[in-house]
Design a protein. Structure first.
Length: 210
């Protein structure tokens, strides 16, 4: 009874681009050799994006207060984007494709009924890291952007999301980080500057920086 009520009250995203989703999953069905690698990447690549944020912090130690501040607020922007995604998910309550497209080939295990689809949390995290890193180091931002696109594709490939789920996630990530990162950088630059010249000098600055 509860599951039936839940199904009625949630949104079916298959009406938007279900046919495109089926095309992608049919491709996955015929590329079994890629399934395991795609599932591993889509699940564990978040760790790589965390490493990229750490690299951004590390290289920013050589530069001025503004860049270090931007590197430090980058994870905050990513976290805010992820939280916004979770709020949107609960508002729309879009069913996962594994529940609304029952005959599709799904690589990833189907999550709980209340783990909704739109926007994609993994894609939001990845795209938010990419945008945040563009403020820190353009080269790192490009690398992260390419990996974020790969993450988005993999989310559809393994059957976890519809194409519009990952597109919505990217939009959320871009909008939230473009607002939060510059704002927090301006608010916290003086605080970070003082910290770099204080007891946190070793973490926030290289010798002679400042």
């Amino acid at each position: 009874m509860f599951s039936e009520a839940l199904t009625i009250s949630t949104y079916d995203g298959a009406r938007i681009d279900g046919s495109l989703f089926r095309d992608v999953t049919q491709f996955a069905r015929h590329t079994h050799w890629l399934n395991t690698a795609a599932e591993a990447w889509t699940t564990y690549s978040i760790g790589l994006f965390v490493i990229l944020l750490l690299v951004g912090w590390w290289i920013s130690r050589r530069y001025g207060d503004r860049q270090m501040t931007t590197a430090l607020v980058a994870p905050i922007g990513v976290a805010v984007a992820f939280l916004v995604t979770e709020v949107i998910k609960n508002q729309f309550g879009e069913l996962r494709p594994c529940r609304s497209v029952p005959h599709a080939f799904i690589v990833e295990t189907c999550p709980a009924p209340t783990d909704y689809a739109m926007p994609s949390g993994h894609t939001t995290f990845a795209a938010a890291v990419a945008v945040a890193l563009f403020f820190v180091n353009r080269r790192l931002g490009v690398i992260a952007a390419l990996l974020a696109i790969l993450e988005a594709i993999s989310r559809v490939y393994v059957g976890a999301h519809y194409p519009h789920d990952v597109i919505a996630a990217m939009v959320v990530a871009v909008v939230v980080v473009l607002i939060t990162s510059p704002l927090l950088s301006r608010l916290l630059q003086r605080v970070v500057g003082r910290a770099r010249r204080g007891p946190l000098h070793g973490l926030l600055s290289t010798r002679g920086a400042g």
